[in-house]
Design a protein around this ligand. Sequence first.
Ligand code: ATP
Ligand code: CA
Ligand code: CA
Length: 396
Amino acid sequence: RRYQGEVIYKGHHSYDLMQQIKLGIQHSVVRISQVAERNLMMDDFIVEQKTTFSPFGGVDTPPHNTPKFTFKDYFPMVFRDLRQRFGINSELYLRSVCGSEALRELSTPGKSGSLFFHSWDDRFILKTVPKAETNTLKKILPQYYFHMMQNKESLITRFFGLYRITTHKINARRRHIRIVVMNNFLPTRVPIHEKYDLKGSTLGRQASPTELLSPYVTLKDLDFVRNGPLLIDKTLRERLLNQLGYDLLFLSSINIMDYSFLVGLHIPNRESRPHGQGWNLTPLSLSDDTRHEGELSFSSVRVERPSLSERVGGWIGKNMKGETVHIFFGIIDILDEYSFRKESEHFLKTRLLCAGSLSVSVCEPSMYAQRLKKFVKEAFLPKEEGSSTEQSPRTP
Ligand code: ATP
Ligand code: CA
Ligand code: CA
């Protein structure tokens, strides 16, 4: 079985960073797991814990073979709660992110310059984020927490931790590296044949000819339109659009925009080349009570918490070619500071225009949300009655 990305071997340019991330998160998770369970308090949303890791070890830090660094753990109690809410226990988190297996670094998929690391089992994505995005997350965390607690089916990225690593005196300068840990919306067990990053805008939104050469290409809105809508079960569609509505309303209410609706398609019909070699699809006995029409899960993972974006095996639909597709989706990249910068730049103007409700910064996020919602509504059409009788596909 092959994974996307480059294993961070010893000598790799990210090797020290990877070791430091693992040491830091391990320390953080172990420490917080010793704190007794209790309800969160507002203060938990401002607590930041700093630990310095000497190569020689410290009172409660192990010796290590990277240069001295300081690890900052943001709001550990809040993230412990969120992980719990998302069904990620400490043991799993530690095993996936901090275990002896190396993380993998992906060639930067975005323009922003962020680095992406995947845990060895592909469950978690670690993304380096600029200071402004860290500030966004810090600012929205209470609302985010509330929204995620209220919306069990939310399609929004799940954040499991926010950390900062400070290196000590490289070229007489300290370097700050900020990292969010989040869920991977795309499956770890089946190859993805088409991946779309949708924003609801068509302007220039298509993969370039060079990008199209890669089997991992991220396609965009125009590519989606060209391939045509997907057909899904009517009830599923309602559920999806409903939740999307709540999520987008939330994001626009906190002035966030420029996020994407990520769609991944696994198409069993297609040969899995080249990264699909070795993937093993094992259909589950379809007796699970929580199973809905058009839905499939796979035997080796038990679905504890059925949710829209977490369905193991995805949702089954059809594309315009009539192929059966397994659909995976989620809302990503919600920390762009754009709207916040804009908001402060136009603070006065905003206040002045608010009366007429024509303010740029108030309207823009909600227009962005509406446009994306419209796009998704047209991208997923209800399957005709009677055509949904088809059973889940079997592997040959
Ligand atoms: P930019 O700001 O230029 O759009 P970025 O560096 O902020 O890029 P993202 O938009 O967050 O990067 O992600 C880039 C790509 O990485 C996405 O299009 C998607 O393919 C993949 N990706 C990001 N987050 C996730 C996730 N949680 N699950 C699965 N794939 C993801
Ligand atoms: Ca993006
Ligand atoms: Ca971004």
